[in-house]
Design a protein around this ligand. Sequence first.
Ligand code: NAD
Length: 482
Amino acid sequence: MTTDHGYPAVRMHIAGRWCQGETERTAPVVNPATEEVIGEVPLATRADLDRALDAAAGGFEAWRATPVTERTRILHAAADLIGERAARIGRIATLEQGKPLRESTGEARRTAGTLRWHADDARRAYGRIIPTDPGTILTVRREPIGPVAAFVPWNFPVGGPNRKISSALAAGCSLVIKASEETPAAAMELVSCYADAGLPPGVLNLVFGEPAEVSEQLINSPVTRLVAFTGSVPVGKLLAARAGQAMKPSLMELGGHAPVVVCADADPVRAARSAARAKWANAGQVCTSPSRFLVHESIVEEFTAEFVRAAEAVTVGDGLDESTGMGPLANERRLKTMERLTADAVARGASVQTGGEPVDRPGYFFAPTVLTDVPADAELMSEEPFGPLAPIVAFGDLDEALDTANGLPYGLAAYGFTDSAATAETLSDRLQAGILSINHCGGSVHEAPSGGVKDSGYGREGGPEALDAYLVTKRVSHQLVP
Ligand code: NAD
């Protein structure tokens, strides 16, 4: 069933069935490009969540007992379906989240690739045999940790849920995942691909609800063995503390405030173009989005001029329109935050070089914005904008720039631009971040791990490390009976 907008009726997926749940409560789903309500998302009751947990407990026993070759086959079949349905999934994601179709369809296609990577890695979750006394076999085995409670936000409506789902399933775990109530249908379409590929009932359960109620019940349930969260630092700390109280490990992918250090010997035009492309992607609503531009004073003018040119060349509009380069922000909260951060920076002496205000049309649109002379005490320099704001600050001395870059409690992504191999090594060594890119601002790849240091969280997604959180290590020493 779909609405006039081509938006599907939102359902939860519990114990292998699509359902409304017992709930009478729903929340509206809003198209951020038009502010129209395009659907209603059901909010789970305690009983709905109990059913999902029971299903995950049973699903775990079934899935861990499924031969790994069969698990891999099902995961590859799901990846095929995601690839085949990418255009449909992308359109739904754009309707509810706003990003341009090119980005949302690309996200769906990349999601299929991520899943294939994890599907193959399921077959490499090796243990080891340790040399020991004759008559004893000493082994280390890696086993799935158990049912996972996962919580994911709205900025990557397809790729976000899939990072948790594909790693957990590859490791042999089951899940109850709460996707964002703001982008529920893209998650639903994703889960459909797994269900249609033959995943046994109960292995993957999708719920929506009041976030605080759902997380409390799922984390405290004895069924849950791991808590996996992507989202803001404050919520991450809350959930990690709750998981700790229940003595459960957690995987925390939290926010950052990524510095871009552009050194005196870098090409300012090339650096500005690369950073600007990354800045406007997903309207800046990416945890690794470059967000503080520290540029050597000798090239800051050229860098700023090119960045402003790039900002003014962006076509802002409805993501469904093929010509759109940047869509709206995902919700009104973000729009208000852009207004607040810009007003605060200007009040403290920053200059707006371009943008600086909402776009005059319905929807949550904010113009690509470049600010200069932003003082260190502006909120924008310590609060992650998670939107299309680019503060540019000149520096004279690289040590000072590195101190500024490392001066926040976050450490997710960082970027450096330099022509010198020695300076590149200094940046690699000294920038405090889990993800560092030199001379480019490219995105994540399936083969390599992503994650943060400091307040940006712990644990890694992507690469062989992705399975670590979902596996436990068991030592088995077996003395042969003489
Ligand atoms: P928020 O802190 O209200 O929510 C972030 C996410 O956490 C949402 O998906 C929300 O549903 C969920 N959440 C909130 N309270 C929860 C609870 N008690 N239990 C379980 N889940 C809960 O922020 P927001 O307004 O949605 O997003 C803004 C901020 O979040 C941004 O500034 C950014 O720092 C951060 N964020 C980070 C990422 C990321 O990829 N790391 C993604 C989205 C948002």
